[in-house]
Design a protein around this ligand. Structure first.
Ligand SMILES: *[C@@H]1O[C@H](CO)[C@@H](O)[C@H](O)[C@H]1NC(C)=O
Length: 936
């Protein structure tokens, strides 16, 4: 026994020493290449050519909104093709085995609802195929029978083709030939019986047709005689880890061709450029949620999260492909850029298991694709206003006194902050939901101290649970049978921060509900309403597992971990966010940060780019990484300011604060081994620069909050690549070192050492942009060299917009609640501008449940600035008022009058002829009422 424990401890020390920074960069040998992944290398060996599949037209069935057809190739295993026309220019294509020997995994809980279908009709049919009408502007779907191929046309234009490269490949489930595995299969089969009810209630599930099953099994066995097993089909080994595959090979693959397309984006998470690159010469982009230690830049290796959505864009059309599959997935991109030919991009998806279920989002505009995707997976959760402010974190703040002294430091240096974070060391021996008794003996006193200053705290709650019978969380999960099981049916255990740990099965709704209940104030002892949560390590990270994650043959009820790996992190965040909502009786909006994510994670909170490093390249890549997430619905994104690993020089740290202040999630964080990094530790000058960056963030909170309100309501991203707003301007298509926040602010962070200037592209022919620091006006559609000093980064406001700020410096965002607004009216060349103001309580769901909010339109036209109600059936009392207005690009008025509630008064003003700015002082009108200000 003792020797076993010794060995386990030694192993842990080894694993931890690898993890804690003995090496300088990612150890690539810990992670598979496509070649080292049996299914990927099998699939990739199949080259483009004529598809062996044909559609059996005599099996065609068309109901109002669903067309089905069987597909067959020479292995004689029939596939069922289902086609749906969905509301809002979306086509859904599903391919599954017609009669699999057991059901294949269909991803639950990602779509917000069963998508609404619309009628389809057959336009033409002969022995070559079928033509269906998809409505719209003469949009049609061509089903070519032999070889099987799908084409979507709009008028004479081919939008996309499926299987035109002939890469449809579907490895059908089969029984093992030897007897041992028959036994394994029968255990699995008995588990199937238990969940039969789940299946019979699932709408889209192909009827298993019990009667036909034996026959099919025989048929499968016969086929296998003719099919030759390849290495890795029934088991494979990576390093010392064996992966058993009781059902053998099960991978799927399909290709999509996009004629006329040279630019594709999406497929996060990768530390790479926004525009996806050709994968011809190297590995495909990999989607497999992994805890990658010290990740490298500019490569397609998998990281912590995965969103299998690809966005294509050209000057005519933006489209999206959403490949709904949660197994390990690889995506090949091949662009043809022969000037003599029409450009084309071919995309090939390969997944290890599950079914083919793909949503073709046909646009045509970027905004349409965002709404289409939002109609499937939901929109960004509307975060509490305070979570958009500044977060101070490190691994770790050591004790309550440390927390109190950092908190005081912010006050002493007049730097606002809203959240202080505690990493894993705050717990009692990495037992989440507990506190270290020596260092955090009175957590409620600590939280109360923060609450008195209207500040908040986040503690980490990870999904690996210390195996310790005296730990309540563990013993309850074990006794309820809520742990993930290993392939032999025992509780799965792996090494993580607490040592030996179990992993709760978050795919089980009962488990999730129990987990949520653990956030109740009487369960999570020491918690209070200003305590929020951080879910880390939820890929899940297993230090001694294959590729630092869970064995694929671990079991979630009847499903293998293989089937749903990429969904685990989403479920952890979902259950945690639900816990915060429930502890407040359904009243308060949650705030949960997650490292791992999948399509739909936007509904549950924020994500960050994981364990980056204090290097200029990591600062630079934070922009495309968050832009990429924004394109696929996840707006609340940020990167650790300063870099997690290593120690930033002061210049890098200052530049990172300046950049982070203009990214959606704004948190500084640092590794345990790094020197302390609180903003005042770098001398008064650097402190002042950091303070200024943080203050700029606070001043813009009303604008950030408005953007998140819109993201929540409409699915439009907060952080936008330039091409999203300027889709016809090809010079924007590859830009990923600058971006827009909403439509109206353009930001170009400084990401190079000793920069004296940056090259900025200002888009928009006929538009103008104003430097927010100097009010200098620039024409759009030009490249500009903008000199920079250390004091700030280039930010521009679009001519034609009105932005509201709160300029008074406070301790935290909550302290700014009743502060006045300053309006920045940036005139377009025609002398017009428009904007919005949104106000609510900042933290409850009452904006939704009781329509308690103010939404106003601000408009400047014909020398008159007015505020009118955009939502007359909602209301919210506000004490805030308009204290100042800047009108940029204006002419000198003779006088200015304010009209509100029937009363007319004159307003003080100044005019600066150099900058052409009119400043209105003290209009002093309540922000929630109608008013007009007239310039004579
Ligand atoms: C659908 O497409 C048509 C034309 O391609 C476009 O006019 C319409 O706005 C789109 N509708 C949606 C909801 O995206």
């Amino acid at each position: 026994m003792a020797t076993l424990i010794d060995r386990m401890c030694l192993q842990l020390v080894l694993v931890l020493s690898i993890y804690l920074g003995m090496t300088q960069a990612v150890d690539r040998t810990n992670f598979k290449t496509c070649q080292q992944s049996a299914f990927c290398s099998r699939q990739r060996a199949l080259r483009p050519g004529q598809s062996s599949y044909r559609a059996l037209l005599d099996t065609l069935e068309l109901s109002d909104s669903r067309l089905t057809l069987q597909l067959l190739n020479n292995n004689k295993v029939r596939l069922l093709l289902e086609l749906y026309r969905l509301q809002g220019n979306i086509t859904r294509v599903k391919i599954n085995e017609l009669k699999p020997i057991k059901p294949r995994y269909e991803v639950p809980d990602v779509l917000i609802t069963e998508p609404q279908t619309e009628p389809m009709s057959v336009v033409a049919q002969d022995e070559r195929g079928v033509v269906l009408s998809l409505g719209g502007e003469d949009r049609r779907l061509y089903v070519n029978a032999q070889p099987f191929r799908l084409d979507i046309m709009e008028g004479q234009v081919l939008l996309l083709s499926i299987n035109s490269q002939g890469l449809l490949a579907f490895e059908h489930l089969r029984l093992r030939k030897d007897t041992i595995s028959h036994k394994i299969t029968s255990t699995v089969a008995s588990m199937w019986d238990k969940i039969k009810t789940v299946f019979s209630s699932s709408k889209d599930q192909t009827d298993p047709e019990e009667a036909g099953r034996t026959e099919d099994t025989q048929r499968n066995n016969e086929d296998e005689e003719t099919e030759v097993d390849q290495p890795g089909m029934w088991e494979e080994t990576f390093k010392s880890h064996a992966d058993t595959k009781p059902n053998g090979p099960s991978s799927i693959s399909l290709d999509f061709s996009l004629p006329g397309v040279e630019h594709v984006y999406g497929l996060p998470e990768h530390a790479d450029s926004l525009q996806l690159k050709n994968t011809d010469g190297g590995d495909p982009y990999r989607l497999y949620n992994l805890d990658v230690f010290q990740y490298e830049l500019s490569n397609p290796m998998a990281l912590y999260g995965a969103v299998p959505v690809l966005i294509s864009h050209n000057t005519h059309r933006t489209m999206g492909l959403f490949w709904l599959n949660t197994a390990e997935t690889w995506v090949d991109i091949s662009s043809r850029q022969d000037p003599a030919q029409v450009p084309q991009t071919d995309v090939r998806w390969i997944s290890e298991s599950g079914i083919i279920d793909v949503f073709l989002m046909l646009g045509p505009k970027p905004a349409d694709v965002f709404s289409q995707y939002a109609s499937l997976t939901g929109t960004q959760a509307f975060p509490p206003l305070s979570s958009l402010a500044y977060h101070q974190s490190r691994w770790n703040y050591n004790n309550q006194e440390d927390v109190a002294s950092v908190d005081r430091g912010f006050d002493e240096h007049d730097i606002p902050y809203d959240f202080i974070w505690l990493d894993i060391e705050h717990t009692d021996g990495k037992r989440y939901f507990t506190w270290d008794k020596k260092n955090f003996p009175q957590p409620k006193d600590m939280l109360q101290g923060l609450m008195d200053k209207r500040r908040k705290m986040v503690t980490i709650v990870d999904p690996h649970i210390k195996v310790d019978s005296s730990f309540k969380i563990h013993s309850e999960i074990r006794s309820k049978g809520f742990y993930i099981k290993n392939k032999d049916g025992g509780d799965y255990e792996g090494w993580c921060w607490p040592g030996n740990a179990g992993y709760p099965d978050f795919t089980n709704p009962e488990m999730r509900s129990w987990w949520s209940s653990m956030f109740a104030y009487d369960q999570y002892e020491g918690s209070m309403e200003n305590l929020y949560t951080w879910n880390d390590m939820n890929e899940p990270s297993v230090f001694n597992g294959p590729e630092v994650t869970m064995h694929k043959d671990a079991l979630h009820g009847p499903w293998e971990h293989r089937d749903l790996h990429n969904l685990y992190g989403l479920y952890v965040q979902m259950a945690t966010a639900e816990g915060q909502i429930r502890r407040s009786g359904g009243l308060e909006r949650p705030f949960v940060l997650s490292r791992s994510f999948f399509a739909g994670s936007q509904r549950y909170g924020a994500v960050w780019t994981g364990d980056n490093a204090a290097e200029w390249g990591h600062l630079k890549v934070s922009i495309p990484m968050c832009l990429s997430l924004s394109l696929v619905g996840i707006s609340f994104c940020g990167a650790d300011v300063g870099g997690f690993f290593k120690t930033p020089g002061t210049e890098l740290l200052v530049r990172w604060y300046q950049a982070g202040a203009y990214q959606p999630f704004f948190r500084s964080h640092a590794h345990l081994d790094t020197p302390r990094r609180e903003p005042w530790l770098f001398g008064p000058d650097n402190m002042a620069l950091i303070r200024e960056a943080v203050r700029q963030r606070y001043a813009l909170l009303p604008y950030w909050y408005l953007q998140f309100y819109h993201a929540h309501r409409t699915g439009q991203p907060v952080m936008r690549a330039l091409w999203v707003e300027y889709p016809h301007d090809v010079s924007t298509f590859s830009i990923d070192d600058e971006y827009l926040i909403g439509r109206d602010l353009l930001v170009h962070p400084v990401t190079d050492e000793r920069s004296t200037g940056v090259n900025v592209y200002l888009p928009g022919d006929g538009e103008v942009w104003y430097d927010v620091h100097t009010f200098q006006r620039h024409e759009g559609a030009q490249n500009l060299h903008i000199p920079v000093t250390m004091s700030t980064i280039p930010v521009f406001q679009r001519g034609g917009s009105i932005i509201c700020r709160k300029n008074r410096v406070r301790r935290s965002s909550s302290c700014m609640e009743n502060d006045p607004f300053t309006l920045y009216v940036a005139l377009d060349p025609q002398g017009n501008a428009e904007g919005e103001l949104y106000i609510d309580d900042g933290h409850t769901f009452k904006h939704e449940t009781d329509r308690q909010f103010i939404q106003r339109r601000l408009r400047f036209t014909a020398n008159t600035l007015s505020s009118s109600d955009l939502s007359p059936d909602s209301q919210f009392p506000t004490a805030s008022w308009v204290e100042k207005v800047f009108i940029l690009g204006a002419q000198k008025p003779k006088g200015v009058t304010l009209t509100t509630g029937g009363a007319v008064s004159s307003v003080e003003f100044e005019f600066d002829p150099v900058t052409a700015v009119v400043t209105l002082r003290k209009p002093d009108v309540n922000a929630g009422v109608d008013w007009t200000i007239q310039l004579q």
